[in-house]
Design a protein around this ligand. Structure first.
Ligand code: MG
Length: 268
């Protein structure tokens, strides 16, 4: 019996050390080729941090309070809620995750992801927009997705149960990224109760600049709008803020980009 026990212990350690060596070798091999992708932490934050979730709920709770206030005021025009789509009502983090795992950058394989039409709602988005519908407030989606993605975008929104997911309420990117002309179109017939987005350009075109100091300045100027007429969602993965970073270059590899961007870090 004791002999059997000893044999068992030896066998256990033999298997265990083989596994450990195997793991170590594999791990080292991966490390040799591993460089942190510029969006690694940001993507994990969106996918795993309950804090991200809480920020989204906070944003839509504020939107709800704002909407209630505006409904109570009563305007001559019918009310509308205007939302952006990506990282405002639909979560594209699986696309970003695959970009990290397979080491590519936007716009590579973006079309493939959009056509799948499987993006899930940003926490709180669906509930808020259904609440707007219930209050008789129309929802408009202003997105900079290209016109060619209209059908896939509507399919995705509809399958997730979003209200007003139809051609009349979906304003895709036209000739320009600037969303102001599309906001104006809505303003001709509606009073916009609240604007919701993850990029400052979703609120005002003054923010559509890649000059970081100007973006900061305009944000300070407009600080009272945030949390009332303008509701901001967190997006640490991408946006105009990335293009405004010192050292940002379009079209270089994720590796090269990480190298350039770290030069802008403000240390002590
Ligand atoms: Mg967006």
């Amino acid at each position: 019996m004791r002999k059997l026990n000893l044999l068992f212990v030896i066998a256990f350690f033999a298997v265990f050390s083989f596994q450990a060596c195997h793991y170590q070798a594999h791990h080292d091999h991966d490390h040799d080729h591993f460089h942190a992708h510029p969006i690694l932490y940001a993507t994990l934050y969106q996918q795993y941090a309950a804090e991200y979730r809480a920020l989204c709920y906070q944003a839509f709770n504020l939107a709800s309070m704002q909407l209630e206030k505006e409904v109570a005021v009563g305007y001559d025009y019918p009310l509308a809620v205007v939302v952006d789509i990506d990282e405002t009502v639909l979560d594209n983090s699986p696309y970003q995750a695959t970009a990290i795992l397979e080491d590519f950058g936007y716009p590579k394989r973006w079309a493939e992801w959009v056509e799948l039409a499987i993006a899930e709602p940003v926490p709180g988005a669906l509930e808020f927009l259904l609440e707007a519908e219930e209050k008789g407030v129309e929802v408009f989606y202003i997105t900079n997705r290209k016109e060619e993605f209209r059908e896939a975008t509507l399919k995705n929104l509809l399958e997730q149960g979003f209200p007003y997911a139809d051609d009349d309420h979906l304003l895709m990117r036209t000739v320009e990224n600037d969303k102001e002309p599309r906001r104006r179109m809505i303003l001709e017939m509606y009073h916009i109760a609240v604007l919701i987005g993850d990029n400052l350009g979703d609120f005002h075109s003054t923010f559509d600049t890649d000059q970081a100091d100007l973006r900061m300045e305009y944000t300070d100027e407009k600080k009272l709008e945030f949390g009332s007429r303008w509701i901001m969602l967190p997006n640490a993965i991408y946006g105009t803020w990335v293009n405004a970073l010192p050292g940002y270059e379009h079209g270089i590899t994720p590796d090269e980009l990480a190298f350039e961007l770290q030069k802008g870090l403000k240390g002590f």
